[in-house]
Ligand binder design. Structure first.
Ligand SMILES: Nc1ncnc2c1ncn2[C@@H]1O[C@H](COP(=O)(O)OP(=O)(O)OP(=O)(O)O)[C@@H](O)[C@H]1O
Length: 252
């Protein structure tokens, strides 16, 4: 049997009386895109935060690459290869694309330099950063400051920053948010290529993207996984249609 890259076992988290994660079991297998969908407030971000290490669960276990990482902090998980876009190192507006990716690499590696200029002279690091930027299609934008990028290019930069660290799994929280149809289509193609680098746990409201990308979909509702299956199984599930799509069930 294929070993999961990421395995969530009976994860629970409450905020007072509100049970935001209820006994969640979830796996991410090599090569797959596993989409997590659900209505607003269902608990998707809460789950992602616990997996990334930003929030401690009340109970349950998170296993990554066969190791129990529940007690490990965000940086420790990132160093093990848990890539989360726009969390570990956020984009610095005045820095160029290349500088931002190099900075992400430096942060993750914990290399200490007194001057950022010295970092930029590290040939191996800049080569890795260029390659990551190239893989997301930003090779001709390396010298552009982040503040001058379009929204879509900025999302790509965030992914390049995660990609540069050679992640073993990606956690992506709404990568299509705020994108127009063309940008979303381009991001969809990019994620389709990225799955070959590392499997992706994808939280996304854009159903076109989810249906075209996901190998498996899990549906969260009131903190609980109410269904899990292939795109066809989820589309046909009457409970999902009622819980997630409400009166709009015909939309899918
Ligand atoms: N720090 C917190 N303290 C108290 N309640 C919280 C906290 N974080 C989240 N919640 C509540 O937990 C529930 C789940 O929230 P969460 O943000 O995880 O949902 P979501 O599925 O990501 O929603 P959206 O799709 O709108 O981003 C919500 O009812 C929310 O109000």
């Amino acid at each position: 049997m294929t070993e999961p890259v990421l395995e969530i076992r009976k994860l629970s988290k409450s905020f007072g009386a509100l049970r935001a994660s209820r006994d969640i079991n979830l796996t991410l297998l090599p090569g797959e895109i596993h989409a997590l969908i659900g209505p607003n407030g269902a608990g998707k971000s809460t789950l992602i935060k616990q997996i990334a290490g930003n929030m401690a669960p009340d109970a349950g276990e998170i296993r990554f690459l066969g190791r129990d990482v529940t007690a490990l902090d965000t940086v420790g998980r990132a160093r093990m290869g848990l890539g989360r876009s726009f969390q570990i190192s956020s984009v610095i507006a005045e820095f160029t694309v290349l500088q931002n990716v190099v900075l992400a690499l430096q942060g993750a590696r914990g290399t200490s330099y007194h001057l950022f200029r010295a970092v930029l002279k590290d040939r191996e690091m800049t080569a890795t950063a260029r390659a990551a930027a190239g893989r997301v299609g930003l090779d001709d934008r390396l010298a552009v400051r982040a503040q001058d990028l379009s929204h879509g290019e900025r999302r790509k930069l965030e992914i390049a920053m995660a990609l540069a660290l050679a992640p073993r799994a990606f956690l992506l929280d709404e990568p299509m948010a705020g994108m127009g149809a063309e940008g979303a289509a381009e991001m969809t193609r990019l994620l389709d290529r990225l799955r070959h680098e590392a499997p992706i746990l994808l939280v996304e409201h854009d159903m076109d993207a989810v249906f075209s990308l996901a190998d498996r979909i899990s549906v969260l509702d009131y903190g609980e996984i109410i269904a899990s299956g292939t795109v066809e199984e989820i589309r046909a599930d009457p409970v999902v249609r009622r819980a997630y799509l409400g009166d709009d069930a015909e939309a899918i």
